[in-house]
Design a protein around this ligand. Structure first.
Ligand code: FE2
Length: 285
């Protein structure tokens, strides 16, 4: 598929800040194009490998971002990154052989917890997903799923016993998603876990993940291992999904997958005219 305007108009994380050290460079691939990021005398520059054309660059949320667009839409805000006392742990990217849209949809899916993450994020005896709300924001630039809750035997690296965890999910970008979950040690705050997905090709993704939490006990390594355990379980599921692209036809997959957030996500992508990484109606019919 040709690259659609909606997909092209966004910024994408292409590595962590430390992946492009001063005097160093990082070669990677974004939306089917080879790109090179380098830093000289502290200044970051990013270009297309093919013709050397410069691309816009910025550094935010612990990552280096670029876009193929001359006039991209602004990168979304994550105000929690400004809050004092939070710890940011970034995992570095993991390549997954599937559309980035599949990875976002999987991340939104509560129903898989008891089966894919049994004993950590869910238990089979309590597998029912209670009803929750999902809707776009006022400008339809983002999706929010709210009032999600789920019994989890070990919801976070800080959790010592089972608890009903409350969630919110945010999709501020077709290839990004952020989970806000009950912070086990602070009543007034949410812990954030997010994915910045770099679509390498339509069916190949580099997934950059982060954890932004209040946690005074666990080391970065502990936090990282907890997230990696979860993500490797997801990766196995993602790489075995057929087709690798996300079908955007209503009713094209089994109803168990098509929960409320999945339906809303697919509807939003269709409305925005997204085709990259998706199977549009005409091809799936
Ligand atoms: Fe998962």
């Amino acid at each position: 598929m040709a690259l659609d305007e909606f997909t092209r108009s966004h910024w994408y994380a292409i590595g962590r800040l430390e992946d492009v050290p001063d005097g160093g460079s990082r070669s990677t691939r974004l939306l089917g194009h080879d790109v090179v990021a380098e830093r000289r005398a502290e200044a970051l520059s990013i270009r297309l490998k093919a013709d050397g054309a410069p691309l816009k660059a910025q550094e935010r949320y612990g990552h280096v971002w670029t876009t193929l667009h001359d006039d991209p839409r602004p990168l979304y805000d994550i105000p929690e990154f400004e809050e004092k006392g939070r710890r940011l742990v970034t995992a570095g990217c993991v390549s997954v052989r599937c559309s980035g849209l599949r990875a976002v949809e999987n991340f939104l899916d509560l129903a898989h917890f008891p089966f894919v993450h049994a004993g950590i994020l869910g238990v089979e005896e309590q597998a029912t997903v209670e009803q929750y709300e999902v809707e776009p924001d006022r400008n339809e630039d983002e999706l929010w799923a709210t009032s999600c809750k789920f019994y989890q035997p070990r919801a976070a690296a800080t959790a010592e016993s089972g608890q009903v965890t409350h969630y919110k999910y945010r999709v501020p970008h077709p290839f990004s998603t952020i989970l806000y979950k009950t912070c086990p040690i602070r009543d007034d705050a949410w812990d954030l876990i997010g994915l910045f997905i770099q679509p390498v090709e339509e069916d190949l993704s580099d997934v950059h993940s982060f954890v932004l939490v209040f946690d005074e006990d666990n080391s970065d390594t502990d936090l990282l291992h907890f997230q990696q355990t979860i993500f490797l379980q997801d990766r196995f599921i993602l790489e075995n999904q057929v087709p690798r692209l996300l079908p955007l036809v209503p009713g094209s997959e089994t109803p168990t997958r098509a929960d409320a957030s999945s339906i809303a996500y697919r509807r939003w992508l269709r409305k925005k005219g997204l085709t990259y990484g998706a199977l549009p109606a005409i091809r799936a019919a």
